[in-house]
Design a protein around this ligand. Structure first.
Ligand SMILES: Nc1ccn([C@@H]2O[C@H](COP(=O)(O)OP(=O)(O)OP(=O)(O)O)[C@@H](O)[C@H]2O)c(=O)n1
Ligand SMILES: C[C@](O)(CO)[C@H](O)COP(=O)(O)O
Length: 232
């Protein structure tokens, strides 16, 4: 059995949400958003260790959530950095042995254990797993100036999610390269390091809570009976 780590990045400020407290600490039903994410990873595998990356000034709030719902036997905390890349890099410092490493946005709190298992299996035989969903809208590409546009073939477009999952022997050296602005996820880092990534089917429900309306979607999905059946 491979060791397993989930680096759950919750180090952002949530500027697009616009709330006083970063969105990962907002309440969804009666629990903080972060609670659902941590719970699903703990349930996915009994032997998985969580590395929770928190904004430095919210470490106490993060600890309060762990004290209330979990214990520290499977959870370590570290501080986030200036960008998501830097937060992931800080989290990866705590990976101590050869392992499968899931990197997941704390704010994708509706993830299912099924998706975590699919990413794990794919990584065992391909070295990586990047979940994607098909694009359901028509898509257009703007030119540099933003004054012209052209249609793209949407059958060739996929939307990228997390957990982006890698063997530690790929991810740890990849994160030693210098930061570039295009590093919005792990796949871009690993590709720049010179390796291909393997895609797996993501989940429509695995949305990233980004703007206020996403909280409304998440709340209704959480309360929907079919969602509960699969995830709780
Ligand atoms: N310096 C950062 C920036 C983001 N994240 C985390 O990366 C995930 C996805 O990022 P995003 O939705 O962009 O979160 P924010 O950066 O907080 O939001 P915004 O871009 O609106 O400020 C979130 O769980 C966020 O907490 C992080 O750990 N460290
Ligand atoms: C990693 C990610 O969630 C994949 O869709 C996304 O790239 C994060 O981007 P953001 O700029 O932090 O919103």
């Amino acid at each position: 059995m491979m060791h397993k780590y989930a680096v759950i990045v919750a180090g952002g400020s949530g500027s697009r949400m616009g709330s006083a407290t970063p969105k990962q600490f907002l309440m969804l039903n009666d629990k903080p958003l972060l609670y659902y994410t941590v719970k699903t990873f703990l349930e996915a595998f009994d032997d998985l260790q969580i590395i929770l990356v928190l904004p430095e000034q919210y470490t106490d709030l993060g600890r309060e959530i762990i004290d209330a719902y979990f214990d520290y036997s499977r959870i370590q905390i570290t501080a986030g950095g200036e960008t998501r890349f830097h937060s992931v890099k800080n989290g990866l410092q705590l990976v101590r042995q050869d392992s499968i490493v899931f990197v997941h946005d704390a704010v994708r709190c509706l993830i299912s254990t099924n998706l975590i298992h699919r990413c794990y299996q794919n990584t065992l035989h391909s070295g990586s797993a990047v979940p994607v969903v098909r694009c359901k809208d028509s898509v257009r590409l703007l030119n540099e100036e933003g004054n012209d546009n052209e249609v793209l073939d949407r059958s060739k477009i996929v939307l990228v999610q997390t957990p982006q999952t890698f063997h530690s022997r790929i991810l740890l050296p990849a994160f030693e390269i210098d930061y570039k602005e295009r590093f919005t996820d792990e796949a871009t880092v690993v590709e720049t390091f010179g390796l291909k990534v393997s895609l797996v089917e993501g989940e429509e429900n695995n949305i990233k809570i980004t703007r206020p309306v996403d909280l409304l979607f998440a709340e209704s999905l959480l309360n929907h009976s079919e969602y509960k059946l699969i995830n709780q």
